[in-house]
Unconditional design. Structure first.
Length: 88
């Protein structure tokens, strides 16, 4: 897959957890029927990066269109922002 034009990063300030796997997705996102399971999973993965932007397509098993739709859901709701990928 070609390099994405953008990565994603969470908005807002969150506590850093010494064990990233212990990071939890906010309940309000989990119970909102307007979010797909892909967007909830993607957000959970993003939170495990603890504020560091991530490539949303790297190692993904989801279809490209599903990832794009999940990103659009999260961006439009204000949970994430698109950021430029790091320079190599």
């Amino acid at each position: 897959m070609a390099a994405p034009d953008f990565w994603i990063a969470p908005t807002g300030v969150r506590l850093v957890n010494p064990e990233a796997v212990s990071t939890t997705v906010p309940v309000q996102l989990m119970v909102d029927a307007g979010f797909s399971l892909t967007s909830i999973g993607l957000y959970g993965e993003l939170l495990s990066y603890q504020g560091v932007p991530m490539n949303p397509y790297q190692n993904s098993i989801d279809e490209l269109e599903d990832i794009r739709a999940a990103i659009d859901e999260l961006v439009s709701s204000g949970y994430v922002v698109r950021v430029p990928p790091p320079l190599d």
